[in-house]
Design a protein around this ligand. Sequence first.
Ligand code: ADP
Ligand code: ZN
Ligand code: ZN
Length: 817
Amino acid sequence: MSYFADLILPLPLEKRFTYSLTAEEANFIQPGMRLAVPFGKNRIYTGIVADIHQNPPEVYEAKPIHQILDEKALLTPEQLSFWKWIASYYLCSEGDVMRAALPGAFLLESESIVKLSKDARPDASELNDDEYLVIEALQRQSSMKIQEVEQLLDKKKVLPVINKLVMKDLVDLNQEIYEQFKPKEVRYVKLNPAYEAETEMHQLLDDLSRAPKQREVLLSYFSITAKSKKALKTKKLLQESGASAGVLKSLIDKGIFEEFYEVTDRINFKGEISNHEINLNKIQQQAFEEIQQNFQEDKVCLLHGVTSSGKTEIYIKLIEEALNKGKQALYLLPEIALTTQLIKRLQNYFGEKVLVYHSKYSLNERVEIYRHVLENSEKGKIVIGARSCIFLPFQDLGLVVVDEEHESTFKQFDPAPRYHARDSAVVLANLFKANIILGSATPSIESYFNAEHNKYALVELSRRYGNVMMPEVEVVDIKTAHRKKKMTGHFSERLLEEIKESLKEEEQVILFQNRRGFSPIMECNTCGHSPQCPNCDVSLTFHSHNNQLRCHYCGYHIAMQQQCMACGSSEITTKGFGTEQVETELKALFPKHNIGRMDQDTTRGKYAYEKIIEAFEAQETDILIGTQMLTKGLDFRKVSLVGIMNADNLLNFPDFRAHERSFQLMLQVAGRSGRTKKRGKVLIQTYNPYHQIIQQVSTGSYIEMYKEQLEDRYQYQYPPYFRLIRLTLKCRDYSMTNEAADWLARALENVFDRYILGPEFPPVARIRNEYYKNILIKIPQKQSLGKTKKVVHRILTSFRAIGAYRSVRVVVNVDPQ
Ligand code: ADP
Ligand code: ZN
Ligand code: ZN
């Protein structure tokens, strides 16, 4: 009798790969375990057992496995089904899903892995181009392989770059093939019991009189342990005595001190549970009961509640219910909304049952969380985190909360799997027969449409908690203001008046500008030239703090130019403006006030984001300027004014969702104002005061916006009426890109006819020297999604078989955002 195992390998393979097992192995191995297996030339990979059977593969001889890595399954049967669904729905391989789903430390292989070191606080100004790119990439993904670094930097010899970063203590390099997970150990020291008696102690001090540094350490030890009898942490002793590790080591080597280790858990919650009760008010209670009613009918619930209506309190109640039934709960929210504020609220209530899963966490922390969830331990009962949390090994999931469900960052953009965490969470909940609630003050048009068509249940909360009024919105026409010379820099007279008023009342102000940097584009007044990135088809952005022109796509930068690079004229002006410029102008206008800025540039370090928020919360900052990072779920008590510096660049974005997005963004940022007694104020500066979206924001009419957008979507054949699949071709050769795109579009048109759009260059058609070209497939509601995907898959397979197009990559994005 022969036995075989089908494995999922962390590679973009069409199929699972089959290996042969001995009877003994087959007896031991279970689906969900990891095996180390040979693949290709001398490579060893970690594979996940998906199936065990007795049918040999037809076209190749199954190789024996290398090693069994787990004693118990690392994946649950639900996870295996979930991976399969993601791969088939989002048109990628299970291997792609595996890479996204498992903490990097579980994927052991004979290739080096680079990761951001745990306490890295990179300073962009001290990095060269290559180093900057690597760090930036590592802030987005937990680790990269050397190969990926080569791709990123587009060169073969990347080790010197990595080496520099290792020297700067910014990244760790890991070449081991075995388990990378190490439980955190804390080192302790204690005096050798032989010296405990008084005479021996004095003798020892005398003996050490010629080693004053060692003597010092010993004296520190006595003075600390005299105060508390507890074991002394090595770290503490070194700190207090100011001695080097070398001095301590000599003492240990001489047998004067003994050192021992204890394993601790990294993710201990150290605060106290405040045990306050939540008393929902009447409106909230009613919503809560409606939700429960719908849960009983197994319906997905959409909670549409205005900002500050107490959605979070309702989620907490629902989580409590799930926990009371012994179930696990998952709280999903967009990465940028992962604030300490919300986490604290949950931890205050549930204590250490709450685990936070964050992309900025180290490999080891992720492994620890994975294990807690897998073991269904008390600690893993509630998981809160961004999209990748849906891949955790839940045992008994009872509830999923998707907070800010309209957020586009729930969709993974790159690399595959390009999944939408909200939509996938609905499938995940279904696998467990768990309840799921999607909540937002500004639901996505898709979700609201589903509710309108009874696919989801709709529950509404239309009042703010404590009868706080919705903020008053005022639209400021800056076209007129400019004409009447009533602008100071980018501030209208009205906005300045209101800022002064708020500051006088000792209240806080939030200013929103959806662009980072100083001013996006420098333009020559004489010839119209603006400096471009040599690698991408975009203009460079001016950053004043380091006086650089920088590309936001590839990181390329040069020093700011004093003269036009084309004609030499020194008359250079700026077009558009970013957060940095707003900050500079404000500092000049309000020199006595503290001003904070929150954008991608100021929030790179692990706790940078938290620090800015905490300073604002503690009212150390009076005015906070930021990009959309500050629109999300923040609950500040003293903000009475929100200013939107320029609504137009949001509205003019070339995308069918631009209007929906602008509405959501503006209403969300407006929602940060006046969350306590006093009515808040919102000022929107715009060149188009009569734009329908601006009007809808100022009256807070979600339904009006929804209806109007829906009409457009219907007319122009977009979601929710049509589903979309976007194919993006990427290639370094311009004419090859065109040729391949034409071939692919024609093949698709043969089947789908007029439902194919493009090929078309996107607004930024070249990034890092690669040309991009898009083809859009529109799928009418009555057309089978499954069959469509099969056809697309078949055409892509033929395409990839064409030798001439080998240098062209095709990225498939199902439900692009
Ligand atoms: P949302 O999530 O809808 O924006 P929150 O849940 O953050 O709203 O609630 C807004 C504020 O009102 C929070 O400070 C919250 O603590 C408070 N709040 C809401 N509901 C209650 C309640 N039932 N009891 C006490 N405080 C509440
Ligand atoms: Zn010029
Ligand atoms: Zn560039």
